[in-house]
Ligand binder design. Structure first.
Ligand SMILES: Cc1cc2nc3c(=O)[nH]c(=O)nc-3n(C[C@H](O)[C@H](O)[C@H](O)COP(=O)(O)OP(=O)(O)OC[C@H]3O[C@@H](n4cnc5c(N)ncnc54)[C@H](O)[C@@H]3O)c2cc1C
Length: 416
């Protein structure tokens, strides 16, 4: 349907509109053309990353005073949706990179801004967030590994069970317990450069979907890093992850699946318009059942988009508060005392809603594309497989429902 009124549904600032156009262009010119081959081969999207570096999008969330784009969570949502429509594997890589940024920006000392954040803002470095450990799996707030202080350095021996961009990122942000006696959620956050001796990716990523994002295991095998590579103190990392990473991570994941669902919808609509039955002489688009399915998909996508936008706006407001708590030196205490804040529950709800929506929409899209859509290489077949990762990524939707249930029923959270 032509968008004659040209209404977007949300009022974008000029900056937001500009960033979204950058992402849309990148998706159309680079990501979408590369997506089928990445899915076939499972190769890491090096060309897409090079284009991302050149686009300025890698520094979007870094404040302007640190040399970055000064974007907020809403802008990140707009950009990520546009990228995910082109290639969800690349959008996921981008989301994991983005998830490292706000917390480093909140904690960085002046030398750390110059050494770590400025090169990201210049588009020179892209990163990965290595959280998951084999012992705790999807419960990504719980680390078994710990840092060991050794003179002016730390030695990190930490096996991560999955890490998007493993072996391809320029740096890894690695949460680990601050010391041997630290509790499972008393975390330190370390920047580890990709060329530090001891970084060992294990095997090749060969997933059912999201095949172009290199999410293989990664061993930081007694990696030695200077003390200046630690962001913040020895044990407050978990609170900073909750305040600054969780919003961009969960909004980002939800938005990846929103973009994927929109892509599945668009591909299915294109298919049913082209597919004409010889006996009726009419396209599938004229079949009432297909029309109902199209309407149902659209309702689900729009509902998710509205919810993601609302929570993204809430996250931008929350960041202002967290910055105040951080400046007052109270952030760790406030986050630890409020594990059940309704804001965190909204974030949990968001991921569940978006990942379930993407599975439903790609399922319906496949249904109306019939046997043609079921064939390898059809966009809805790829979307269907890609969508399935949403509910599994940590925290798994099942774990998030337990977290929500604890909040709603007043029972303790697993990390409290
Ligand atoms: C494509 C992809 C990319 C990824 N990228 C990254 C990354 O960049 N960085 C990173 O750190 N990790 C990453 N991960 C890992 C991810 O975040 C999860 O940690 C991982 O998928 C968990 O898998 P597992 O087999 O260990 O799950 P398990 O923890 O073994 O859980 C398996 C299932 O058991 C159930 N379950 C487990 N615990 C609970 C509970 N407490 N309550 C209710 N149900 C429960 C759930 O149904 C869950 O899905 C990625 C994973 C995938 C698939």
């Amino acid at each position: 349907m032509p968008n004659a009124l040209n209404l977007d549904g949300i009022a974008l600032t000029r900056e937001q509109g500009r960033w979204r156009r950058v992402a849309e262009k990148l998706a159309a010119e680079v990501l979408r053309p590369n997506a089928p081959e990445l899915d076939r081969s499972g190769a890491f999207p090096e060309a897409n990353i090079a284009a991302l570096k050149a686009s300025g999008l890698l520094g979007l969330l870094i404040p302007k005073e640190m040399g970055g784009g000064g974007g907020d969570v809403v802008t990140a949502m707009l950009v990520t949706e546009a990228l995910a429509k082109g290639c969800i594997s690349t959008a996921m890589i981008y989301t994991m990179h983005q998830s490292t940024l706000p917390l480093m920006c909140a904690l960085a000392t002046e030398p750390q801004v110059a050494r770590f954040l400025a090169p990201i803002a210049r588009g020179e470095l892209f990163g990965a967030f290595a959280m998951s450990e084999p012992g705790s799996g999807n419960r990504i707030w719980h680390m078994d590994s710990h840092a060991v202080a050794d003179g002016d350095d730390f030695v990190i021996d930490s096996f991560k069970s999955f890490c998007t961009s493993a072996g391809h990122a320029d740096f890894y942000l690695v949460p680990t317990r601050g010391h041997a006696e630290a509790g499972a959620a008393d975390l330190s956050l370390f920047w580890i450069d990709a060329d530090v001796p001891g970084i060992e990716p294990k095997g090749e990523w060969d997933g059912m979907g999201l095949r172009g994002n290199g999410s293989r295991p990664l061993h930081f095998n007694k990696c030695r890093v200077p003390a200046g590579n630690r962001f913040g103190d020895a044990t407050a990392g978990f609170s900073f992850m909750m305040a600054y990473s969780l919003p961009i991570y969960l909004v980002g994941l939800a938005t990846c699946y929103l973009g994927l669902a929109q892509e599945a919808f668009d591909a299915a609509v294109g298919h049913v318009k082209r597919r004409v039955h010889s006996d009726t002489g009419r396209s599938l688009a004229t079949v009432e059942t297909v029309q109902r399915y199209a309407a149902e998909m659209k309702c689900r996508i729009d509902q998710a988009r509205a919810t993601i936008l609302r929570v993204a706006q809430m996250s931008d407001n929350a960041t202002v508060l967290f910055d105040e708590f951080n400046r007052a030196g109270l952030l760790d205490e406030i986050i630890r005392d409020n594990p059940d804040d309704p804001y965190f529950v909204e974030l949990a709800e968001l991921k569940i809603l978006a990942s379930e929506m993407a599975v439903q929409v790609s399922h319906t899209a496949l249904q109306i594309c019939g046997g043609q859509g079921y064939k390898r290489g059809h966009p809805v077949e790829r979307c269907y497989r890609d969508a399935r990762a949403g509910s599994l990524m940590g925290p798994s939707d099942d774990t998030l429902k337990v977290i929500m249930g604890n909040q709603l029923l007043g029972t303790p959270q697993p990390w409290a």
